[in-house]
Design a protein around this ligand. Structure first.
Ligand code: NAD
Length: 373
């Protein structure tokens, strides 16, 4: 007789009851995860243990009528990680993204997170992942605000009025203790207004929506970019004021002078090193085109910036092994491409809480494995 195995299934409602939307808690958990990353007590996919994940990208055209074809933000993605420290758990986020989904009453991306015992490999939980992902993504700029923004930051401008940008705004508002005003920029005025109204009321901030980016960026102490790639975002070097911090959660292009003069901090430079190497495998005319931070990779490739191996990660700043903000005038650019370590770490935190609260449905894998030993 082999060993019985079951795991916990948690739907979106269970996740909410277990606290997945608690951004303040998530910021603290993520700070812990950044420390773990910087110390090296984690493993991600690929030969260098630093891969973001494996993407299922579709071809530009196909002879098969049912096969999906390439489009902006169109992909499936598997993102595995082992997280050490008190977490000591393996897991994976798996999602699909289709930009036309909102017209069908669905989110752009639909995500699931699986957790496994790092030793026996048995499944521990299968969870609805949309809120894990949006909150963990949003809370990264929260951790960055804690460590990189000026303490007297008063105005935050958020580019993009989708769910990821909203999660970023929430975490920034929690961490920027002297924030007075929120400006939301979107292609659609109504979306920007609705986002501004909601966040303004929630955090007692002066808030407005706009479709005009330049003036909204020029006055901001904190700029958060989390827009989909419907229309590429371009900014000029002089739009970003002294002492500002800009956080790229989505793609953004700025004049090269900006990157030459600002301090660049990555969520995890090791992962960007892998991305950089992947670009080098592509034909010359396809390199450094898609992805967050590609403009910086290109400048590194052209020798205009120091190599990625000499870059600073936020965990190093938190652990005190690399400098963070060194002056009130310094401009800082923080780039976050997203790490499976956060999905697994934040997912594990919510799974533990759900178990404590008796939430979810226990599902049997087997009473005794058919293929025992
Ligand atoms: N770095 C990470 O860890 C991470 C994780 C998840 C998502 N993301 C990225 O965050 C971005 C936003 O995700 P989402 O699910 O909220 O997207 P979404 O498609 O639901 O919403 C994005 C919003 O951006 C707006 N927009 C698009 N182009 C714009 C422009 N040029 N100027 C102003 N607004 C513009 C759209 O009108 C829309 O309201 C995506 O690019 C996604 O890939 C990053």
């Amino acid at each position: 007789m082999g060993k019985a195995t079951s795991f916990l299934y948690l739907n979106e409602e269970d996740m909410i009851k277990a606290g997945v939307l608690d951004s303040a808690r998530c910021i603290d958990v993520e700070e812990e995860l950044f420390r773990i990353l910087s110390a090296g007590d984690y493993v991600m996919g690929g030969d260098k243990h630093n891969a973001h994940g494996i993407a299922l990208k579709f071809p530009k055209e196909s002879p098969f009528p049912n096969m999906p074809i390439d489009a902006p933000d169109r992909r499936f993605m598997a993102m595995p990680a082992y997280v050490g420290g008190r977490f000591h758990v393996a897991g994976q986020k798996w999602y699909g993204s289709n930009i036309i989904n909102p017209g069908r009453g669905l989110p752009r991306s639909i995500l699931m997170v699986m957790l496994n015992d790092a030793d026996t490999c048995e499944p521990l939980a299968l969870m609805s992942g949309n809120l894990i992902s949006s909150v963990r993504t949003g809370c990264v700029p929260g951790v960055a605000t804690r460590h990189l923004a000026r303490k007297d930051a008063k105005i935050c401008t958020c580019i993009g009025a989708g769910p990821v940008s909203k999660a970023c705004a929430e975490a920034i508002a929690l961490e920027a203790k002297n924030l007075e005003e929120l400006i939301v920029v979107d292609l659609f005025q109504e979306k920007a207004d609705a986002f501004a109204r909601e966040m303004g009321e929630k955090f007692g901030l002066k808030a407005r929506g706009t479709t005009e980016m330049e003036s909204a960026v020029r006055c901001a102490d904190i700029v958060s970019v989390a827009a989909s790639s419907v229309k590429p975002i371009y900014m000029k070097n002089d739009w970003l004021k002294k002492g500002s911090v800009i956080m790229f959660t989505g793609r953004c292009n700025i004049d090269e002078e900006y990157f030459s003069s600002a301090k660049i901090v990555w969520d995890h430079a090791g992962m960007h090193e892998v991305y950089y190497d992947e670009h080098l495998q592509l034909p010359e005319n396809e390199r450094f085109i898609n992805g967050i931070g590609v403009q910086i990779y290109r400048m590194m490739y052209e020798g205009k910036l120091p190599p990625i191996t000499e870059s600073t990660s936020l965990g190093d700043v938190i652990n005190g092994t690399r400098p963070g903000r060194e002056s009130e005038d310094e401009r800082i650019c923080f780039i976050t491409g997203g790490l499976p370590v956060w999905d697994v770490g934040w997912g594990y935190e919510i799974y533990s809480k759900a178990k404590e609260m008796g939430l979810g449905v226990e599902l049997k894998l087997w009473d005794s494995p058919y293929l025992n030993g």
